[in-house]
Design a protein around this ligand. Structure first.
Ligand SMILES: Nc1ncnc2c1ncn2[C@@H]1O[C@H](COP(=O)(O)OP(=O)(O)O)[C@@H](O)[C@H]1O
Ligand SMILES: [Mg+2]
Length: 314
């Protein structure tokens, strides 16, 4: 979808992250129009658990977003390095994700691509969700275009998203449920060799119980995750705020929260290459190592030289 660079804003002397959209996307006028709208909406979101968007612009045919640079790691990497997490840590991260996404829901914005790669965690444990509304822009392309421009991430999207329905807050809640499942078990609930298989699994298969995959997770928490991942959107918590409140209550009451989770046997779909390969279809990873360029006058970083360095967690 895009390539991320770490860059220096020479005017304000701060590090920023610059997301440059792939030309294959920006040649689609329907996407571009919707993308600008969504980016403007995302730029209005000011919340400690959301990556701040500083600027959205265009320099000739290059479309970019300038955002707050978050010093830390993305959650996918953290899960690979240390999953499954302790219950306290998984709840802490999930509650912060809910706070950011819930704030967006109150502002009528659906994320539509909640996944650990879009969750950045700073060294002091603050969670920041990024890429608000970008995937949403895809969902408004004409239906015929949807097959060539894939949006969302097949390991995390809800059954209704898998069927091509426009995303809603309940779809974000489902995706947060998959992320919570992954943090608690170190594994993904559904496996599949490609987009189609994964879509069918989300639509038809029952996710395994979190407590069966990791017996260290209390059944009560397992039931919450099961509800979050209900096939029927109306059977889930309605918004991320509501899910956040449920998790906070569980944490407050949770006599079990200190139960250490047992480490899973590894493998599964998080560690395996086939799952990564499927995921890769929805990401843009390749690109230049480093480049120097001048932004067009008129952008927020106008007339300054920015040194752009490719940032890639993998
Ligand atoms: N604002 C940011 N600050 C620091 N790193 C970022 C930022 N945004 C993205 N990244 C890093 O770049 C990686 C790729 O991001 P992105 O292109 O959005 O990929 P994806 O499609 O997987 O979300 C992220 O997983 C993260 O490690
Ligand atoms: Mg992203």
């Amino acid at each position: 979808m895009a390539v991320i660079y770490k860059a220096q804003d020479m005017l304000l002397g701060r590090a920023v992250a610059v997301k440059i959209l792939r030309p294959s996307l920006t040649s689609n006028p329907a996407f571009l129009e919707r993308f600008r709208e969504e980016a403007r909406a995302a730029a209005r979101l000011a919340h400690p658990n959301i990556v701040t968007v500083h600027d959205v612009g265009q320099d000739r045919s290059t479309h970019y977003i300038v955002m707050e640079f978050v010093e830390g790691k993305d959650l996918k990497r953290l899960i690979r390095e240390a999953g499954p997490f302790s219950i306290d840590r998984a709840l802490d991260i999930a509650i912060q994700i809910c706070a950011g996404v819930g704030y967006a829901h109150r502002a009528d914005l659906v994320h539509a691509d909640v996944k650990p790669q879009n969750v950045l965690v700073t060294d002091d444990g603050t969670v920041k969700v990024t890429d608000f509304g970008i995937a949403q822009a895809f969902s408004y392309s004409a239906p015929g275009e949807r097959q060539s421009v894939v949006w969302g991430s097949p390991h995390y999207f809800s059954p209704e998203q898998a069927q091509g329905e426009p995303p809603t807050p309940a779809a974000d809640v489902y995706a947060i449920g998959v992320v919570l499942f992954e943090m608690l078990t170190g594994e993904l609930p559904f496996k599949g060799k490609d987009h189609r298989e994964l879509a069918l699994a989300h639509i038809r298969e029952e996710a395994p119980s979190v407590s069966d995959v990791n017996p260290g997770v209390p059944r009560k928490l397992g039931r919450i995750v099961r509800k979050v991942m209900a096939k029927e959107p109306s059977a889930r918590y309605r918004t991320a705020d509501q899910l956040g409140r449920i998790l906070e209550t569980y944490r407050r009451q949770g006599v079990d929260t200190t139960t250490p989770p047992t480490r899973c046997s590894g493998g599964g779909s998080t560690g395996g290459r086939p799952a990564d390969a499927a995921c890769g279809l929805w990401r843009a990873r390749r690109g230049c190592g480093e480049l120097q360029r001048r932004h067009a006058a008129g952008s927020a970083v106008a007339g300054v030289w920015v040194s752009l360095r490719r940032r890639d967690g993998r």
